[in-house]
Design a protein around this ligand. Structure first.
Ligand SMILES: NC(=O)c1ccc[n+]([C@@H]2O[C@H](COP(=O)([O-])OP(=O)(O)OC[C@H]3O[C@@H](n4cnc5c(N)ncnc54)[C@H](O)[C@@H]3O)[C@@H](O)[C@H]2O)c1
Length: 342
């Protein structure tokens, strides 16, 4: 049994990581860490976790084998430095770091410490994603030439209600927009899936953005990736689609277009199918996330010292590099255009 500690008792820890670790054979959730005692104690009490710390060194000295990092992205670098100083293996939420330099530092520190550092791209582990990977490998749609990966939504909406019932900006969405916006926060999953499914590195990228809202980063963004094998991926990501609508809707779609057919996945329609000259086959639908599959792979990695499927620090770095440079270039163009506009 491997003892896991969790750093950051917020939203994704509450619905994803904590319940999953508690149900994963071979893992024991031994301790929690959060600098905010209210958040820490709420999670400890809700899930009956034996130990909870606001002091990071006490937490990391409490006999853990590994940690899961589920703090906000700007905190990942500090959490990784601390965990590696104490010799822990790590599964860190995406985006791994705020930029390529942070990710490179984390990867270097893990290598030097001889510890495993994985990026928690849980979309990889969805049965639908793993089936797509198999179909691509087996040539089920021939040579895959084009991917359309779309996730346009409102990131829970522009507004929330404060304690007095007043409409105020949603802290969650403001935080994610200030951290870099939808491509840096969410699009890294799609960048990772394209590399995972095609097993082909991205050699060139370009992007376009739209500013529906008023932030430095574009809140609606298109990214075009050219892979070494000649395939092309288009990622469309938005945090402003229906962001003020009373009844918001969203679109979450994967389409893979090959020389011999098309694979289609549509979360909203619960549709997963392959269309070829032989006909159309409905495939078993599954949600896009799979924390359970990711933690089974983490448990196996902690036993064997390696993993074929868990995204590495390098995978986290590539996704951060592409999403961050593309977003920063657009933000710079946008500022320049605002400065020179008559
Ligand atoms: N993989 C997914 O599907 C998915 C989904 C949502 C969020 N995320 C990622 O998970 C991370 C957390 O997101 P969230 O929505 O749960 O955030 P959140 O703001 O709801 O929770 C973050 C928690 O971390 C705590 N924290 C603050 N500073 C810390 C520090 N220095 N060390 C440790 N903990 C600290 C906060 O007190 C809070 O309890 C982000 O990187 C986000 O991108 C991933």
């Amino acid at each position: 049994m491997k003892k896991i500690g969790l750093m950051g008792c917020g939203t994704v820890a509450d619905y994803g990581h904590i319940p999953t670790i508690l149900h994963t054979p071979g893992l024991e959730l031994a301790a929690l860490f959060d600098p905010d005692p209210k958040r820490l104690h709420a999670a400890r009490d809700k899930f009956a976790i034996p130990a909870a710390f606001t002091d990071v060194d006490e937490f990391l000295a409490s006999g853990l084998d590994a940690v899961a990092i589920t703090s906000p992205a700007p905190c990942h670098i500090l959490n990784v430095r601390d965990a590696l100083r104490h010799g822990k293996h790590i599964l860190c939420e995406k985006p791994l770091g705020m930029n390529e330099a942070e990710c490179a530092e984390m990867a270097g520190l893990a290598r030097a410490a001889g510890r495993m550092l994985f990026t928690a791209f849980d979309y990889r582990f969805s049965p639908a994603s793993l089936a797509i990977r198999e179909m691509v490998r087996n040539g089920a749609i021939g040579d895959v030439r084009s991917l359309r990966l779309i996730y346009i939504w409102n990131n829970h909406g522009k507004y929330q209600q404060d304690a007095h019932g007043n409409r105020v900006l949603s802290e969650r969405r403001v935080g994610r927009m200030l951290e870099g916006g939808p491509m840096v926060d969410c699009g890294v999953h799609q960048i990772d899936l394209a590399r995972f499914w095609l097993a082909s590195e991205v050699k060139r990228w370009q992007a376009a953005g739209a500013w529906v809202d008023d932030y430095d980063a574009p809140d609606h963004m298109y990214l075009h990736l050219d892979h070494e094998n000649g395939a092309h991926t288009m990622v469309e990501i938005s945090y402003s689609y229906c962001y003020t609508a009373k009844e918001p809707i969203n679109q979450f779609v994967y389409e893979l277009i090959g020389t011999e057919g098309v694979i289609r996945y549509d979360r909203g329609a619960k549709l997963f199918e392959i269309r070829t000259a032989q006909g159309t086959t409905a495939l078993p639908f599954s949600p896009e996330k799979n924390f359970a599959g990711m933690y089974q792979a983490f448990a196996a990695a902690l036993e064997t010292g390696q993993s074929d499927t868990l995204p590495t620090a390098e995978d986290g770095l590539v996704a951060a590099r592409i999403s961050r440079t593309a977003t920063d270039a657009l933000a710079a163009q946008h500022r320049e255009a605002a400065r020179t506009r008559p």
